[in-house]
Write a protein that binds this ligand. Sequence first.
Ligand code: ZN
Length: 171
Amino acid sequence: MSKQYALVIDDERDIRELLTLTLGRMDLVVETAATVADMLRSVIDEGTARKARAAGFTADAAGKTGTTNDLRDAWFVGFTPDLLTVVWVGLDDNQPIGLSGAQAALPIWTQFMSRALAGHANQGFDVPPGIVFVDIDKDTGKLATPSCPKVFREAFRAGTEPTELCPIHSF
Ligand SMILES: [Zn+2]
């Protein structure tokens, strides 16, 4: 069974360019989707949507907040491997609501997803062949050493992962 993720992201230029660059090559689409999904998992685990975790949402999930100019629209798009939900909060007359995506849309998403997934076993994301996970130093973006204080694990297409060790926390 193949799984497909379609992501439209307004305020993340890097990710949009990544998709634009690679969508022309079908062999790279699965790997790109996996690396983008991995980036978006950190949004929920430790980024702008971490309040979902604080609210007790534990399933493996990825997502992105969105807020348009002048706080007119608040968005949250988030998905597990089996369920994608988009929440938009705004006014019909396009007046500002004065709330960000994390403030207005994320709590609705969290409550809906918690109920929709209740009783279902947590299902992790598939990792396709050709993806490697590497520990990265958060400050330098280089390969983490055992001395690096802030480390996160990130997915890369094999061959594109950093190879240089963190120069600040070397032995
Ligand atoms: Zn370091």
